[in-house]
Design a protein around this ligand. Sequence first.
Ligand code: ADP
Ligand code: ASP
Ligand code: MG
Length: 475
Amino acid sequence: MNLVVMKFGGTSVEDTAAIGRTAGIVAGRVALGKSPVVVVSAMAKVTDQLLRAAAAAAQGDRAGALAISSRLRARHRDTAADLVKNSAECATLVCTIEEKFATLDEVLRGLAAIRELTPRISDLIVSYGERLSSRIVAAAFRERGIDAAHVDAREVIVTDSEFQKAAPLDDIIEKRAPEKLLPLVGEGKVPVMGGFIASNEAGLTTTLGRGGSDYTGALVGGALESEAIEIWTDVDGIMTADPRVCPDALRVKVISFEEAAELAYFGAKVLHPATILPAVKKNIPVLVLNSRNPSCEGTRIISVAPHCKSPFKSIAIKKKLSIMDIVASRMLLSHGYMSKIFAIFDKHRCPVDMVSTSEVSVSLSVDSNASLPEIAADLKTLADVTYEGKKALVCMVGEDIRGQQGIAAQVFNAIRHINVRMISQGASEINMSFMIDEDDADEAVRSLHAAFFKEPDPEIFDVEARKQLSVISDQ
Ligand code: ADP
Ligand code: ASP
Ligand code: MG
């Protein structure tokens, strides 16, 4: 069947022009004899705005919440009218959009009266982003000659009831995805569904967590055993660093599942951290591609990447972290002490990224979140506790750091002007991470990038693009 799952992020469906480009990319795949299944995010920034509307309503600011909704309504309606010229299709689409906003406004009014924003209500409100974008994209595809069929993602992706970061129920998805999608593909149609949104077994709307549309794409690709999972975004692929932080960043042509997972987990926003799991399970290649530059070959994520002459493939930063120092003069080495500490983090459902211990103290890095004061209060029953926010974790990833001598010295030499708090060479041996002040993070990445990507291996990195850039800037 030559199935390909194509996931398009918010910027790839942000407006008329972007949706037009996306339609062109999908039509190109169809012309090559592929059978695409399309997963789309909400239009760029819509999820943030829906969350703002929810927060305003929860504070009783009904007018503020409805004003945000009204701006979103106009944006969706205008984009739909711009894209769909067939008058019957356009009328149906605009009517659906109006209906969706009428129900969203009902929810916001109710929330403004009750003033209690539960994770369940939050998921219901944000789900409108993908519910609307997927319908608009499907209609725009039809207008452009692609036989698209809209599919409600909540009938395919079933999760547990952990609203806002629900975990997929693989067995159900493995059944539902072929049941709902393959008959459409068999009829030559292109299914179009929203990413990120799902439902629990009772049919209530859940979401997979921020950036979760990538995860939907991978879940669908895994369940359908597609030949590839394509993640279409606004950069040329996985780069050697976030190009917004480091303008010299190079495209990584090929990278292993393990390296990509590590980068995603440690902050490379280009992929949701869970994206790789379904692909690894079925050994499906993941491609990261640029919808604004579709002829670029992007990044190929595969199980075994070729050997790279440079030690690192990419540098990620995770910001908004806190370091918690737990000091106990007597008990640290006593048996069971660590498990008591971790039980407290577990109770507050707070993941820990990095741990370092000394004879009398443990330092941990955690997301800066609202429950830190409560966690600290619980920990104080065991030891003295202090915590400090505005920290960042810099993570350098590469399989070829294994066995290389002197790498740590080179890393810390490159950032010798920066104060480093915690250091870890990951257990997987493919990352080196350290904590620094958030304000130093961008500078640290640029210094490390300058030190480690001076002579990049042309087999792995797109050095041609850098050469072309330097020719342009010389002119
Ligand atoms: P989408 O809406 O398509 O899902 P995202 O904004 O989630 O896109 O992810 C793409 C962004 O990820 C890029 O614009 C870039 O700024 C950021 N990014 C962070 N680290 C990297 C990296 N190593 N390579 C590429 N992009 C990165
Ligand atoms: N729209 C969701 C978000 O902004 C999911 C996604 O874009 O991947 O987080
Ligand atoms: Mg994303």
